[in-house]
Write a protein that binds this ligand. Sequence first.
Ligand code: GLY
Length: 400
Amino acid sequence: MNGKTKELLRDKPAIQEDEIGRCLDFALEQVGRNLKEFTCKFKRAFSTDGFYDATENENWTTGFWTGQIWLAWEWAVKSGRKELAEELKKAGEIQIDSFLRRIDEKDGVDHHDMGFLYSPSCVAGYKLTGSRNGREAAIKAADQLITRFHPVGEFIQAWGPMDQPENYRFIIDCLLNLPLLYWASQETGDSKYRDIAEKHIHTAIANVIREDYSTWHTFFMNMDTGEPDHGATCQGYRDGSAWARGQAWGVYGTAMAYRYTKRKEYIEDFKHVTGYFLEHLPSDLVPYWDLEFGEGCDEPRDSSSASIAACGMLEMAGYMEPEDAGYYRETAKKIMKSVADNYAVKSFHESNGLVLHSTYSKKSPYNTCTPEGVDECNIWGDYFYMEALTRLSGEWNPYW
Ligand code: GLY
């Protein structure tokens, strides 16, 4: 930890057990209230003026709503809310059926986000309740994901039709799609999923982390030689900056890379990427949407990045020596204290989500994204907030 980070974290309060319980109680109530509207439908990727609309099972994001249902189910069971737990389980099963239909019909699955869609929904449902449909859907999703692997360059292509130079790239976010492949190998006994995941992790980590430990959002490979070509942003402010959520995916992604490969070098990568993230936080520990922006600027925050990074720190803490583990666990608690106090929804009238002030994609003069969901709730921000609190509430078996 450098001096700046030490100073930033000094005297910051950490979230306490009773607060974690109260936050999870509110989240459980909110998810429960939402079931009427969002059982046969899904929440959209982001809210409008704090309220989510209903959508079909589309886009890369719907798994995060089903994931909230499963996290709420876990808390309902733990806190003895039997009736609500039963309702949540039924809703989770209905949503799993929708995911099975989606993969069977190949409806909007022509991209790499199979892990984001199928881990918190179908793998979770299978791990928690033994859902056979969940297992079947998630294995089919893993089969779909490996069709995007390029042996030339050894990576999984993120978006767009395959075999066009303008699409020959991966993005840092994909590290969170890979646990689905490890799970599929474990379930089926077929190593092909794990082999591809391992190759992608190696290519991604070797290229996506810059010398100063900031990260590229997207990285192009040479289609003919398989050699690294160049990095570029899509959702960050500019090519050379560090998109806050990209860096947060890097924190959680390197932790997951270690979880599944046990390669020591990924612990060092995790420490470096996390160090850069922490050094670039403003005083309330919740980043602006790009780490280029610092204290006092009037750019919007991305609160989802704070929760994602906290989950990564809590995951990695599980594999570290006590001193390092204590540092990352305590840092995650400080971040979540700020998210809970300053960003979380406090009343059902304010929003039908859980955490305000996230940014999905903000247009800048230098990036290529479509602007949407700026300074709103977003569905993964709500999910990772619940996941971080669940991790802090006791033992938790990850959906990833
Ligand atoms: N994976 C896309 C995003 O984080 O916005």
